[in-house]
Design a protein around this ligand. Structure first.
Ligand SMILES: Nc1ncnc2c1ncn2[C@@H]1O[C@H](COP(=O)(O)OP(=O)(O)OP(=O)(O)O)[C@@H](O)[C@H]1O
Length: 279
């Protein structure tokens, strides 16, 4: 009879954890990743909208811009200062309404300099934003994840303890397997998927208010149902939002597209991660 040995670290029974600890100055209650299967679908816009809405509810909020090669968070908030670094770590910049922000653009001498780095360096930088940034006390930290499902997002998934992810998609994207890839990646890593947000779902006719589905009606709900996911919101193409982004005044946006999503995220804290409250 073979003797049953205790599983060691790395064995199936006890998979090795690559999770990194954040520094001792930080107390972060909930960490939420905002992901997309590919670039340009509005992931940064959604991460910023959710952070602003949660901040408006009175919670201490931060945004970790993990999109190192395409950082857009500081520009949306009109931040172009350089982050301060001291012997304790890196200090995030604050927006007008006190949202803490860290992005590679706050560390580069020139914000428009391209970051031509290989995967391990990109992933290492994101890890540092978790381990070396002095976020302090945060109720929610939103991570604008690197797009796609390559090695950089994978490392982020492995090294930062995410309480959940939100998948951002656009109508055309849903017909492909891209959403499923992001979903499967999270599932593989045992990270709860809080739901899907569809961006650029429609435009509203400025005269009669009719919704025009530029790409045809999407199969968002069907896809969500198949994957047993919540639809957390649908955002139209909204020129007012684009203008505020360009002016660096995104904190002033005024619409209710993601109000329900923000309520559900707030519930995570109230009900202490009862993830089932999402379903
Ligand atoms: N619903 C919308 N209405 C108007 N403009 C939008 C909308 N969604 C996104 N945009 C604009 O499209 C551009 C790309 O959006 P965003 O940076 O959020 O995409 P992303 O998925 O984060 O891109 P990447 O992955 O390449 O960083 C931005 O200029 C943003 O202001």
């Amino acid at each position: 009879m073979s003797e049953k040995k205790e599983s060691c670290e790395g064995c199936e029974g006890n998979p090795q954890s690559f999770l990194e600890k954040t520094n001792n100055f930080n107390s972060i209650k909930k960490v939420i990743g905002v992901v997309s299967g590919k670039g340009g679908v509005g992931k940064s816009l959604v991460a910023a909208m959710l952070s602003i809405l949660i901040n408006r509810k009175g919670y201490n909020t931060g945004i970790l811009d993990a999109d190192i090669t395409g950082p857009s968070i500081p520009k949306m908030f009109g931040i172009n200062k350089k982050a301060q670094v001291n012997e304790m770590g890196i200090l995030p910049e604050k927006t007008h309404n006190n949202i803490s922000i860290m992005s590679i653009n706050l560390l580069l001498d020139q914000a428009d300099a391209p970051v031509i780095w290989r995967g391990p360096l990109l992933a290492g930088t994101v890890k540092q934003f978790w381990t070396d940034v002095i976020w302090g006390d945060l109720d929610f930290l939103f991570i604008d994840m690197p797009p796609g499902t390559g090695d950089v997002p994978l490392t982020v998934f492995q090294s930062i303890p995410l309480d959940g992810i939100i998948i951002v998609t656009s109508p055309q994207e849903l017909v492909s397997m891209i959403v499923k890839k992001a979903y499967n990646m999270a599932k593989h890593m045992n990270i709860p998927v809080l739901g899907i947000i569809e961006n650029m779902s429609y435009i509203k006719c400025p005269n009669c208010g009719e919704k025009i589905y530029l790409f045809g009606k999407s199969n968002l709900r069907e896809t969500a149902k198949n994957l047993n996911l919540n639809v957390l919101g649908e955002i139209p193409v909204d020129p007012l939002m684009a203008q505020l982004v360009d002016k660096g005044e995104f904190e002033r946006f005024n619409n209710d597209y993601l109000d329900k999503a923000a309520d559900k995220i707030e519930n995570m804290l109230v009900k202490d991660t009862d993830i089932h409250s999402f379903v």
